[in-house]
Design a protein around this ligand. Structure first.
Ligand code: SF4
Length: 296
């Protein structure tokens, strides 16, 4: 029996920096965080124990003269305006990659006033809300190629992507627009920008390979994380013995009994929102349960 943690799983540098910033700033006193700092309940709880208080937008609007941390996903201009109005000090932990994307969208929006900004992303996702805000919420959000009908093909189009979307799906969408008659015949202009973050872009292929190379996969992820759901689906596709768990408490003696023998290779992996310490706890729990079983 062998347990391995996937070296490619875990926080990207944007999330790591945001958490480090929160830990640093907590030394200077009370700190609020607008939304969960990461889509992982255990990490949110760890930081809450250190004093980080998560608030929603309604609570944010009611606060005055406090410090509020903005997480890696970034925020729309309206959030900064509200903070200024309420005398709130912003601790900006927006990922620099997201910040740069926001600026590019803003510049494009201001330069091509008649063009339509199209965002390939998940509607309602915090990062997408921040990106839409750069266009005064006029950008059209497309979740998949099936939603091409939402685009107005009588106007020029500028296409961008949420940083965590699939590169293949983005290029398929781009090709579908390129092959539209309006674009081919030069009736409208189409410019596209592949703005997918390379920090996470290769993770699908790598996690599929990791899942293939293990007999049993234990995927550790938060229920609110869309990235976790997507990556787990890929694991399950290539390895039917893949299990989605929130934390080590989901691993029981019965689970060991049903799934593990002395030759099983177990792979532990997770999403970009899964902390390494949580995957390590799961590894320890499996080894501990296995040792108990072996002694019986
Ligand atoms: S995925 Fe990339 S862009 Fe998004 S927070 Fe992480 S490093 Fe930043």
């Amino acid at each position: 029996m062998q347990v391995t943690i996937d070296s490619g799983s875990g926080f990207c540098f944007g999330v790591t920096s945001a958490i480090q910033k929160a830990e640093e700033e907590l030394k200077n006193g009370k700190l609020y965080c607008l939304g969960d700092i990461v889509h992982n309940g255990q990490e949110v709880e760890r930081l809450a124990a250190m004093g980080l208080q998560t608030i929603d937008y309604n609570e944010f609007r009611c606060l005055h003269n406090v410090r509020v941390l903005l997480r890696a996903h970034g925020e729309p201009p309206a959030t900064y305006e509200q903070a200024q109005k309420n005398g709130i000090e912003i601790v900006d932990a927006s990922c620099p990659v997201v910040k740069r994307l926001q600026e590019r969208i803003r510049e494009t929006y201001l330069k091509h006033k008649n063009a339509q900004i199209v965002l390939f992303g998940k509607r309602g996702h915090a990062e997408v809300i921040g990106l839409q805000g750069q266009t005064d919420n006029t950008a059209v959000v497309i979740e998949s190629i099936d939603e091409l009908g939402k685009i107005d093909f009588n106007r020029d189009i500028c296409l961008f992507s949420q940083t965590t979307k699939s590169v293949e799906q983005f290029h398929a969408l781009k090709e579908a627009i390129v092959f539209r008659e309006e674009v081919r015949m030069g009736k409208i202009c189409f410019e596209w920008h592949d703005t997918i973050c390379r920090n996470v872009a290769g993770r699908v292929e790598k996690i599929r390979m990791f899942a293939l190379n293990n007999d049993v996969v234990v995927f550790v992820g938060g229920s609110k994380s869309s990235n976790a759901r997507v990556l787990f689906t890929h694991c399950k596709e290539v390895n039917d013995r893949s299990f989605f768990i929130a934390d080590e408490d989901c691993l029981t003696a019965q689970w060991i009994e049903d799934n593990i023998t002395d030759t099983t290779r177990i792979g532990i992996c997770g999403a970009t929102s899964t902390p390494l310490w949580l995957m390590e706890k799961c590894k320890n729990k499996i080894e501990q349960l296995w040792n108990t079983k072996s002694r019986q």
